[in-house]
Write a protein that binds this ligand. Structure first.
Ligand code: ZN
Ligand code: ZN
Length: 204
């Protein structure tokens, strides 16, 4: 079945992310599935481990309610478009992962070329710009129309349910004087340092 998200939900995610793109659409399809299977997070009952920090994850943050700020979105950089969802109240858990064919159209050489040009800040010719926007829109439309099963495989999560974040003390770095969460602070010769200063000391 094609995407069943409401127009309102789609608009909310686009507003949050800043633009509509194939990456966000991949995220929207993941969010659609997560909302159906796990519901919308209210009070950190649902946890998501995202294996991507690109466009797609913003749809999860905007719609499922797993966010970096709430601590129920964890980023594990495996370079995959994959999301593991966990529901604390009943222990339900699942991981969905997208195939390479869905993500990049890696074989689609022309599209890649044009995207790379844009990233490098090289102006596209009018013809190229029209073509690029056409391919972009077609890709978004394709991801909206495909059934979920064509985009994602559902698997078992690779990780245990992450523990709830415990309250941390804030310490003061002996070098820059900035406050730093105790779990991230480093100790050297009995003094506390933030990671940035510790690295500078270490490099000397
Ligand atoms: Zn995007
Ligand atoms: Zn410091």
């Amino acid at each position: 079945m094609a995407c069943t998200l409401s127009q309102q939900d789609i608009e909310r995610a686009v507003f949050y992310h800043g633009h509509m793109c194939p990456g966000l659409t991949l995220g929207l399809r993941a969010a659609e599935w997560a909302l159906e299977e796990f519901g919308r997070d209210g009070d950190e009952d649902i946890v998501c481990i995202s294996e991507t920090d690109m466009c797609a994850v913003d749809a999860i943050q905007a719609l499922v309610g797993c966010t970096l700020g709430k601590g129920n979105l964890i980023f594990r950089d495996t370079g995959k478009i994959a999301f593991s969802f966990y529901r604390r109240s009943d222990g339900k858990a699942a991981r969905i992962v997208s195939s390479a064919a869905m993500i990049g159209g890696a074989k689609d050489g022309l599209r890649r070329q044009l995207l790379q040009k844009q990233r490098d800040g090289i102006a596209l010719s009018l013809e190229e710009a029209v073509l690029s926007s056409k391919m972009h829109k077609e890709n978004v439309a394709r991801l909206f129309s495909l059934p979920f099963e064509a985009i994602y495989s559902v698997k078992e999560p690779c990780w245990e349910l992450p523990r709830r974040a415990r309250l941390m003390e804030t310490l003061t770095c002996a070098c820059c004087g900035e406050g730093v969460m105790e779990s991230r602070a480093r100790l050297l010769h009995g003094k506390t340092y933030c990671q940035t200063c510790f690295k500078k000391l270490d490099d000397r």
